[in-house]
Design a protein around this ligand. Structure first.
Ligand code: HEM
Length: 534
């Protein structure tokens, strides 16, 4: 609680100093309610400060009533959210490829806080752990290793985006500071390696290698100082001719040069955040398949691979690239995220896999248990209630596109990411409930068919409305982008409507046929098959 309170106070002081810096006025002059109110509510940086204050305020409230592991997890999520907010703006917005700059910065800050936070927690409480010390030490060292590489990789990628070539590394002040950070990080890595060795011995001795850890924490603090200076140092590509275009500055979206069949298929612009999520999901699933000793059905694993490939294409591949700037491409992405990918994920049956792993090793409590308990949480129960799923469907189509919400979400990279998260989460919850194959039900009930049949008209009405709607959805943003192709926005919107109808209805009809087949047979064919698998 004390740490969060200190963080909140520091964030408030930092915001005041930043406002004074922006207006080039002494702090005492900006300390007026009018200036503070207008900066916090009307400027991009002010809104970020305000969001961080709110997140920290919530975290502080949660910290006062922390009694259970569930409450601790909720507080942790809010704190990580507060930590993630600075990545949404600031220096990354000025980099040439700022979608990648912003997402690598988010990965940098999130993995850094998980790593350093866990290190401090282990130093403070390791000696108090009585049960499961070995598991804690093992998990800590795995987590720290993973986070360390995530920090280094995201840091190097982010730095590279701000340099115009190798020559900038030593010739610019920014490049030199990056070199200092890399050297410090290598030294920290060496300390961490020594810690890792000693921690394994420490399990028997009930204490953490405190002296080494303190050395590591001092080095981390120095690196943090260098990071803050780096973030305030102009970088080479910032003041060269490669300044971001208007669309890049306002929407944080870069407009790809040409649209051809080949470029739509082969373009690739990594979205670090999604790539990390995909990588973690792949590692977890592959380990599951391995631990079930090859008895996991190939068709489930194939569905998983298909879902991951499709998600990568929809977020970092050609579809991800063009979905930011072309409405019809955005519509295909919508159908992929809300229907196709969730269907494949359900057929991959990750929950069934997790339950089988739990049964195979009931004493081991870890991420698998958290994963399984997420399906029993109030959040999941709430979002999978049939009437709520219908409401989310309505929001996903009418609520987003026929209000100002679409314009607002498309007016920045993170709005687009938020929309992707919404569509994928709601789509997965819907398909998990409707298909039922991954632990939602044994056979097919009327509710499942009803749920699919009631969301279908919403989808059909949406697609037809797009064909006849005479207002251009997201017009202001598309005009700012001023893309050199597909400039007839009204026509593109109609194409979007047709694509949404064709893709969406094909997927819904396919799912319905599957349900009817299963209903006629009695139970899910895959459930019967894999009950005896592991
Ligand atoms: C291979 C090593 C690393 C590289 C190449 C690297 C690179 C970077 C870059 C390019 C930025 C963005 C600065 C800007 O906005 O212009 C950054 C930010 C940051 N880095 Fe690193 N980093 C590395 C390791 C670390 C480590 C080990 C830590 C902490 C111990 C760290 C802490 C931070 C923090 C806190 C920020 C945000 C600073 C701010 O916005 O005020 N980095 N890093």
């Amino acid at each position: 609680m004390f740490v969060i309170a200190t963080w909140l106070v520091a964030a408030i002081i930092q915001s005041l100093l930043s406002i004074s810096n922006i207006f080039a006025l002494p702090v005492s002059d900006v300390l007026t309610p009018n200036v503070i109110r207008s900066v916090l509510t009307q400027t991009g940086i002010g809104k970020l400060f305000l969001s961080q204050f709110i997140a920290l305020g919530i975290a502080l409230l949660l910290a006062t009533r922390m009694g259970t592991a569930h409450q601790a997890r909720t507080a942790l999520l809010v704190v990580l959210g507060a930590n993630f907010i600075p990545a949404l703006g600031g220096h990354s917005g000025l980099a040439k490829n700022h979608e990648l700059a912003a997402s690598t910065m988010a990965v940098h800050l999130l993995s850094l806080s998980i790593w350093v936070g866990t290190l401090i927690a282990m130093t403070m409480w390791f000696h108090k752990i009585t049960l499961g010390r070995e598991v804690a030490a093992h998990r800590f060292s795995q987590l720290a290793l993973f986070c360390y590489f995530a920090v280094a990789l995201s840091g190097v990628t982010n730095a590279w985006l701000r340099l115009s070539g190798f020559s900038d590394i030593l010739s610019s002040r920014y490049g030199q500071m990056v070199v200092v950070k890399v050297l410090l990080s290598i030294t920290i890595g060496y300390f961490a390696y020594l810690n890792r060795q000693r921690t394994i011995q420490a399990v028997a001795e009930i204490r953490f290698p405190t002296r080494l850890v303190i050395g590591e924490i001092i080095l981390i603090s120095i690196t943090l100082g260098v990071a803050v200076i780096l973030a305030r140092t102009g970088f080479p590509t910032q003041d060269s001719s490669s300044l971001p275009s208007l669309a890049e500055q306002l929407l944080q979206v870069s407009v790809p040069d040409g649209l051809t069949f080949v470029s739509a298929l082969t373009s690739f612009k990594p979205d670090a955040l999604w790539l990390i999520i995909e990588l973690l999901a792949c590692i977890a699933y592959a380990r599951g398949v391995q631990r079930l000793k090859g008895k996991w059905p190939v068709k489930n694993a194939t569905a998983f691979a298909g879902a991951i490939l499709m998600l990568t294409y929809a977020t970092s591949g050609g579809l991800g690239v063009y979905s930011h700037i072309i409405f019809s491409a955005h519509m295909i992405q919508h159908m992929m995220l809300a229907l196709a990918i969730p269907i494949l994920f359900v057929f991959a049956r990750p929950l069934t896999m997790a339950k089988q792993l739990q049964e195979a090793n009931p004493e081991f409590i870890g991420p698998i248990d958290w994963y399984v308990s997420a399906y029993q949480s109030r959040f999941w129960t709430f979002i999978t209630r049939p009437m709520n799923l219908v409401a989310f469907s309505f929001i996903g189509y009418v609520g987003i596109y026929f209000t100002q919400v679409f314009d607002w979400l498309m007016s920045g990279h993170w709005g687009h990411v938020a929309m992707q998260v919404y569509l994928l989460t709601y789509g997965y919850a819907l398909m998990w409930s409707v298909i039922g194959i991954d632990g939602a039900s044994d056979g097919v009930t009327k509710t499942q068919i009803f749920l699919l049949l009631i969301t279908e008209p919403i989808h059909i009405i949406f697609g037809i409305s797009l064909l006849f709607y005479n207002k251009i959805i997201g017009e202001a943003n598309y005009l700012i982008m001023d893309r050199p192709y597909l400039q007839d926005l009204a026509h593109d919107q109609k194409v979007g409507g047709i694509l949404s109808l064709v893709i969406g209805e094909t997927l819904i009809a396919g799912t319905l046929m599957y349900l009817v087949r299963v209903k006629n047979k009695g139970t899910h064919p895959i459930s019967r098959f894999s009950e005896h698998s592991p």
